[in-house]
Design a binder for this molecule. Structure first.
Ligand code: FE
Ligand code: FE
Length: 308
C-alpha cells in the first residue's frame, strides 16, 4: 500500500532544505584564485595579493596537515548528543590542538618580501604557547584589539586551517542549529557573510558562512540574523560598473531594528564568487555603512577591524 503523507508532513518535507553546505576541500585555493582576480586594478591590490598568498599556504597545510593527535571523538559525540557545536571554538582554542597548524603555516610560508610580514611571522614564531593561546582566545572571541594588528591575518589563517581540517575530516556530521541564527553549528563562531546559492538542491537558499571553520548553514532569507526581525530590512550595494544595482553580486542586508548589517553574496549574479574574498575586496561598503551608523558583527579573521 502506498504511503500517504498528511498535509503537515508534505509541507515539512517540501520546506526542509539541507541544513548544511560543507566547503570543498580546495576552499583556500579557491579563495586565493578569487583574491588574485579581484586584486587586478583594485585600490587594495597589495593587501589582496598578500592574503591570496596566505590562503595558498592555508591550502598547503590543509593538504598536508601536521601529524598530531586527532581530536577526542568521544567529546565530539557528547557535544552532538547535547546539541552543542562539536568543535566549540571557545573551549578548543584554550587547548593546544590547533598550535601545530600555526607551526605548519609558519614553516610553509615562503620567504616574504615585505619586512612587516617577516616581523609578524617572527613574532608568532617566537611567542610562547601561552602567549599564542591568549592571542587566539582574544581573536575567536572577537576582541581584535587585544592582538597586535599585524599578527591577526596569520594567526587567523592558522586557526581557520585547523578548524576547517577538523570539519572536513570528521565523517557523518549531523549538526543542529545553534542558539542564534548567526552562530555556526559546527564551532559556535559568528558568521562572516551570507551566500545565496544558485545550484541544485541549495538553489535560492541562504547559507551563512562561518568566519572560522567555513561551514555553511541554512538561514531563511529576508530576516535579520541578529535580532530576527524582518521589518524594514534594506539592501545596499557598491556602485559597480559591471552590474546594475538589482543584479549586484554583493549586497549588505541592513536591519533598522538593531542597526547592524550582514553582507550577502548572490551567486546567481556571479557564479564564481566566494565569501571571504568578496568580503575583503568590498571594504568600501563597510566604510560607507559605518558612516551611516550601522554596526558590523561579522568578523573576518584575516583582517583586524580598523586596519583598512
Ligand atoms: Fe564554524
Ligand atoms: Fe536586526
Amino acid at each position: 500500500m502506498p504511503t500517504i503523507l498528511e498535509p503537515g508532513q508534505i509541507e515539512a518535507a517540501a520546506s526542509s532544505p539541507p541544513f548544511l553546505h560543507l566547503p570543498p576541500h580546495t576552499l583556500f585555493d579557491l579563495r586565493a584564485q578569487r583574491l588574485e582576480q579581484l586584486a587586478e586594478g583594485h585600490p587594495l591590490a597589495d593587501y589582496l595579493r598578500l592574503i591570496a598568498g596566505l590562503c595558498r599556504v592555508q591550502q598547503h597545510v590543509l593538504d598536508n596537515p601536521p601529524l598530531c593527535e586527532p581530536l577526542d571523538l568521544q567529546r565530539i559525540e557528547v557535544c552532538k548528543q547535547h546539541g552543542l557545536p562539536p568543535f566549540a571554538a571557545d573551549s578548543l582554542v584554550r587547548e593546544d590542538d590547533w598550535q601545530p597548524y600555526l607551526d605548519a603555516l609558519l614553516e610553509s610560508y615562503p620567504a616574504p618580501s615585505q619586512p612587516a610580514v617577516t616581523d609578524a611571522l617572527a613574532a608568532l614564531n617566537q611567542a610562547s604557547p601561552g602567549q599564542r593561546r591568549a592571542w587566539a582566545v582574544a581573536l575567536v572571541s572577537g576582541q581584535f584589539s587585544l592582538v597586535p594588528a599585524a599578527l591577526v591575518p596569520f594567526l587567523g589563517a592558522a586557526l581557520q586551517t585547523a578548524w576547517s581540517h577538523w570539519l572536513l575530516s570528521t565523517p557523518n556530521l549531523q549538526l543542529k542549529p545553534g542558539d542564534s541564527l548567526s552562530q555556526c553549528p559546527a564551532c559556535g563562531s559568528p558568521a562572516m557573510a551570507g551566500v545565496i546559492r544558485n545550484r541544485g538542491k541549495h538553489n535560492g537558499l541562504r547559507y551563512l558562512a562561518c568566519s572560522l571553520c567555513a561551514c555553511e548553514w541554512h538561514v531563511v532569507r529576508v530576516k535579520c540574523v541578529y535580532c530576527e526581525q524582518s521589518k524594514g530590512l534594506d539592501y545596499l550595494s557598491l556602485e559597480d560598473d559591471r552590474h546594475a544595482a538589482n543584479q549586484a553580486p554583493l549586497r549588505a542586508e541592513m536591519c533598522p531594528s538593531c542597526n547592524t548589517y550582514l553582507k550577502l553574496l548572490y551567486l546567481e549574479n556571479d557564479a564564481h564568487a566566494e565569501a571571504l574574498s568578496a568580503d575583503l575586496s568590498s571594504l568600501m561598503l563597510d566604510m560607507r555603512l559605518a558612516q551611516d551608523g550601522y554596526q558590523r558583527l561579522a568578523p573576518n579573521l584575516l583582517l583586524a577591524p580598523g586596519d583598512e
